[in-house]
Design a protein around this ligand. Sequence first.
Ligand code: 2RA
Length: 293
Amino acid sequence: MTTVGIIGINGMVGRNVEAQLKKVKLPFELKTFGRNDEIPALDIAVLCTDNPVSAALVPQLKNRVKFMVDMSSQFRMTPGVPLVIPEINAHTITAQTQLIASPNCTTTGFVMSLAPLAPYYHITEAFFCSYQAISGGGKKLLDDFHTPGSLYEKNCVPLIGAIQENGHTSEELKGLYETRKIMGWPHIKVYCHTVRVGVEVSHALGVTIKAQENFDLQQVKKLWNEFPNVVYSEQIMTPKQAAGKEETFICRLRLDVEDPKVIHYFVTEDNLLKGAAMNGRQIVEYLLEHFFK
Ligand code: 2RA
């Protein structure tokens, strides 16, 4: 029987991944481990650990685990490590792949809106401003949010991750570099501004994209609705409505006032599901389906 282990079962991501893996219909045996437990040989290990722990574990597990799925950001930009959203680029996983990274939750919502358009539009530039949920910052930030006088109470805070030497935050740079890697578009320009808002679950983004072609709004909506786990809604969709759902929701599509090669829209997705645990589950499902049948 194929064995799948979750490492880091006591954290928020670990518990959410466990709940997701219990929904998988394919046969496998699920094992769970704390981050300091001794890990036996496994077919698939899902690392629900922070960057330093993942950095230490991956080299240790290489000879004992066939496929490792890392939920942290430690290896996302490492050359040769596929950064996978199964609906978009599962084909980047091969039988020789040892480590697969699951992307940033905000980048995920963004690229889920770009990928359906790729067959018809050559997107050259994109801008987003994010409205990110507190749960994206983990249990520590949720506890802070629930403490009276929290900075996040009835507020929006334009700082997620650490400010880098160039003035951008690590979260904003993930929006640029992870998008290029997932989409396989090394030259796309992505301008990001990331903001934390006092919402517990579901990230949202206001997006503007520019293509080489004129946009046809009806075709764009059709492409979104035909893509797995993407829904275009004529009604307003808010983070509250996206919470607990598997789909990435898009609304408010409109053509730019002056440039028909530019569109604007709003995206929201459950950051704990498609932005994390559900994407991890989908990668495991892909591995079970393609390499263990
Ligand atoms: C956040 N995107 O929301 C991050 C989570 N990894 O803080």
